[in-house]
Design a protein around this ligand. Structure first.
Ligand code: ZN
Ligand code: ZN
Length: 348
C-alpha cells in the first residue's frame, strides 16, 4: 500500500508544478511581447498579469497596463481655429456626411448650411473671431452632456495641460480572447489601446454634441482630450504607423500587409485599415474583423469618418478605468470608464 500511495503523491505534486512552470514561461513571454509593443507609451505601471472577470462573466487572466493618457510620439492638436479666416493648418477635423472635413475657418462659418440649421453661430460676425472654449472650466462645461446655455455654439477643445499631473488610465485586457455569445458593444469599454498608449475609443456621441450646437473637434490624428480619460482617438488616421512587422493576408502577394496598431478590449489585435499597398483590407465581418492567411482573428480599423474604430467585439471585453487600483469585473453593469464628458451620457 505504501508504494502506490507515495507515487500518487509524487504525481500529484509534479503535475501542478509542471503546469505552473509552463504557464509562468508563457506569461513571461507574453509580458515581454506586450512591453515591446507598448514601448513608446508613457507606462506608469505594468504590463502585469492579473485576475479579471470579462463582460459575460468569464473569469480569466488579463494583462493590466497603466498609462499617462497622452502620446509621447507627437504633440496633439490643433483642434479649433480662432478666426473664420484661418486655414486648415489652424484646426483639426470633424466627421460629417460620411466624410472627414477640415475644421478650418470656412467650415465654422458655414455650419448653418452644412447642418441646415440657422442656429449655428460659432463666430462673431463683426470680427470673425470663433468662440473657442479656452479654459479648463469652459471645456468641461461645454463637454457635459447637458451643455449650459452659455456654452452652446462653441468650438470645444480641452488642452492636454488641463489634465491632472497624475492623470492615468488603466486597461485590463484578456490575455486570450474568449468568444462571446453575442457581439459586444464598444461604447462601454472603448475599442482598445494603441501601441503609443492612446485610447482607441468607442464612437463619439456626435448627435449629442451637435444638438448643443458645439463641435468637439478632433485633431488631424483623430484625437481630442477630455480631462477624465485624457487624449483619445475616435478614428485612426496616419498617426499610427505601427511598431510590429507587417502581416500578410495573401502569401502570393507579399506587398499586401497591414500593421498592428493596437489591442482591442477583447484581447484581439487591431491592424491598420490599409495594407502595404495602400488598399483597404477587405472581406471583414460586421465588427471589422476576420481570420486571414492562418492568422488568428483580428480587426482592421474602420474608415476614419465612420466614427467606429472597431464596430463591435466578437469576444468578451475587459475594463478601462481612470482608477489604477481597479479590479476588473466587466460583467458588472456599473463598471466602465469614468464619465467621459462629451463622450458619455450622464450616469443615471
Ligand atoms: Zn487582416
Ligand atoms: Zn472623445
Amino acid at each position: 500500500m505504501k508504494f502506490p500511495f507515495l507515487s500518487q503523491c509524487i504525481v500529484l505534486a509534479i503535475i501542478p508544478l509542471a503546469t505552473s512552470a509552463h504557464d509562468d514561461h508563457a506569461s513571461q513571454d507574453r509580458i515581454a511581447e506586450l512591453e515591446a509593443f507598448f514601448s513608446t507609451a508613457a507606462i506608469l505601471n505594468g504590463p502585469e498579469i492579473v485576475d479579471c472577470t470579462l463582460s459575460q462573466g468569464m473569469q480569466t487572466k488579463c494583462f493590466s497596463i497603466t498609462v499617462r493618457p497622452e502620446p509621447q510620439d507627437y504633440t496633439p492638436g490643433p483642434w479649433c481655429p480662432t478666426n473664420i479666416e484661418d486655414d486648415a493648418s489652424k484646426g483639426g477635423i470633424w466627421f460629417a456626411d460620411g466624410k472627414v472635413m477640415d475644421v478650418d475657418g470656412d467650415f465654422i462659418a458655414t455650419l448653418d448650411e452644412l447642418y441646415n440649421d440657422g442656429e449655428w453661430q460659432l463666430y462673431d460676425p463683426k470680427t470673425g473671431e470663433i468662440r473657442v472654449t479656452d479654459t479648463q472650466e469652459a471645456c468641461e462645461a461645454a463637454a457635459r452632456p447637458d451643455v449650459a446655455e452659455e456654452y452652446q455654439n462653441y468650438c470645444v477643445q480641452c488642452l492636454p495641460e488641463y489634465m491632472a499631473d497624475d492623470a492615468s488610465m488603466t486597461y485590463v485586457i484578456p490575455l486570450e480572447p474568449h468568444v462571446a455569445t453575442s457581439d459586444q458593444d464598444t461604447r462601454e469599454s472603448g475599442a482598445g489601446l494603441a501601441y503609443n498608449g492612446v485610447r482607441l475609443d468607442g464612437p463619439a456621441p456626435v448627435e449629442a454634441i451637435l444638438s448643443a450646437h458645439t463641435i468637439a473637434a478632433f485633431d488631424d490624428c483623430g484625437g481630442h482630450v477630455n480631462t477624465h480619460v485624457g487624449y483619445h482617438y475616435h478614428s485612426v488616421r496616419d498617426c499610427l504607423p505601427g511598431v510590429e512587422a507587417e502581416h500578410f493576408h495573401d502569401a502570393e502577394d507579399v506587398a499586401e500587409g497591414a500593421v498592428k496598431i493596437g489591442i482591442a478590449m477583447d484581447g484581439h489585435d487591431i491592424y491598420s485599415r490599409f495594407d502595404a499597398a495602400g488598399e483597404v483590407v477587405s472581406g471583414l465581418d460586421n465588427c471589422g474583423g476576420h481570420e486571414a492567411d492562418g492568422m488568428a482573428y483580428h480587426y482592421h480599423a474602420g474608415e476614419a469618418a465612420s466614427n467606429a474604430i472597431v464596430g463591435c467585439f466578437k469576444a468578451e471585453t475587459g475594463c478601462a478605468s481612470e482608477d489604477s487600483g481597479l479590479i476588473c469585473d466587466a460583467s458588472d453593469v456599473r463598471r466602465g470608464p469614468p464619465p467621459e464628458g462629451v463622450d458619455v451620457p450622464p450616469a443615471e
